[in-house]
Write a protein that binds this ligand. Structure first.
Ligand code: FAD
Length: 324
């Protein structure tokens, strides 16, 4: 029996969530030695990523390399994977709960008539059952679910929640897989990339976020400097995005990205429920706000009541000094 992890790459590099997906598949498999964990890497220029991934899986890594697959296209990716899935018949298909995973997983599940559990944050085994925990009501509650009946089952896992896999004792091999020609109804003509930070927001270990309290695009500069010292990424509340201080790509929350970093620093963010939905699972939350009654302090592990334009540069300065 096999499980299939659908890996993601970014500029030719394997994304961290791919190794977390391998670990998720390993947790689902438990101690069963008859299950081989396979993976698929899709795109162009993916050989290095496929090779790297092969050290972490016990089965094969299928490299699906085609020029037309360079940019993500749900229809083309689903078509390419459907052929592979029909061939290897995986019991579980695991993807990251990323922009691509959120789009692709339901498409695959529907085409396979399979059940799907999304945004899984932990996996437990209880006797012979595998239980999947996922947040509900914007992180205010959690539910545990299990699949019934035989697979395939589709699972997406939230980045930064399940530890990344370590190298397998016996590594898998890379196999080139050529999907049958597709009659696509849509093609990606061009991808226009926005300037993005050096660190991927969804996978960052540290996120420094700014809200309406940052007051201007210029006001994000001290946050960017703090993020750089901490090798983190910059995020934002919808308030800051709506005010035009930053791009919506940075928005964290119910209608933005969901992040689970080791450290989340909220600067000038009031802590609306919709914002908390995107960051309340962060390991440590520091809130900087000049209003001691701001709701963000209710979820914060550490709170600093003060003006962010004084506090943030001081933090950056101290961290820089401590590094010397
Ligand atoms: P505000 O609520 O205006 O808070 C600004 C804070 O900055 C205040 O607490 C103030 O005390 C503090 N401040 C001001 N100046 C300073 C200073 N110099 N130093 C320190 N602190 C200072 N919001 C999201 O964030 N993400 C979402 O995904 C999202 N989705 C939504 C979906 C729906 C359907 C709806 C209805 C709303 C959604 N919102 C979302 C909006 C959300 O309800 C809030 O309006 C928004 O989060 C507020 O942003 P904010 O905290 O930056 O601004």
């Amino acid at each position: 029996m096999s499980y299939l992890v659908i890996a993601e790459t970014r500029e030719g590099m394997l994304r961290q969530v791919s190794l977390e997906s391998v670990q998720a598949a390993t947790l689902i498999a438990g101690s069963s030695e008859s299950i081989s964990i396979c993976a698929a890497v899709i795109g162009s220029d993916i050989q290095a990523a496929a090779q790297e991934l092969s050290a972490f899986v016990t089965g094969s890594v299928y490299a699906i390399e085609q020029e037309e697959l360079e940019a993500y296209n749900a229809e083309a990716y689903a078509h390419a994977l459907q052929g592979l899935i029909a061939e290897i018949q995986p019991e579980f298909i695991v993807l990251g709960h990323t922009a691509i995973g959120r789009d692709l997983a339901p498409l695959l599940a529907a085409s396979l008539d399979a059940g799907q559990l999304s945004d899984v944050i932990s996996i437990q085994r209880q006797d012979d059952e595998v239980l999947f925990t996922r947040p509900l009501y914007a992180g205010k509650a959690f539910e545990q679910k299990r699949f019934v009946g035989s697979g395939p089952h589709v699972v997406t896992i939230r980045p930064n929640n399940i530890a990344a896999a370590s190298e397998a004792d016996v590594s898998g091999s890379v196999i080139a897989y050529n999907p049958p020609a597709a009659q696509l109804r849509t093609i990606v003509q061009e991808v226009v990339r926005k300037a993005s930070g050096k660190v991927d927001l969804a996978e960052a270990k540290v996120v420094v976020s700014g809200g309406r309290g940052v007051k201007s695009a210029e006001g994000f500069k001290p946050l960017e400097e703090l993020a750089e010292v901490l090798s983190g990424a910059v995020g934002a509340s919808r308030g800051a995005c709506d005010a035009g201080y930053c791009d919506y790509a940075l928005q964290i929350g119910q209608t933005g990205k969901v992040v689970t970093p080791e450290l989340y620093i909220a600067c000038g963010i009031s802590g609306a429920i919709q914002h908390l939905a995107g960051m309340s699972q962060s390991r440590i939350i520091i809130a900087i706000n000049k209003d001691p009654e701001a709701p963000i302090f209710k979820v914060a592990d550490y709170g600093i009541v003060g003006d962010l334009f004084e506090v943030v540069p001081l933090l950056t300065q101290e961290l820089k000094a401590a590094r010397k």
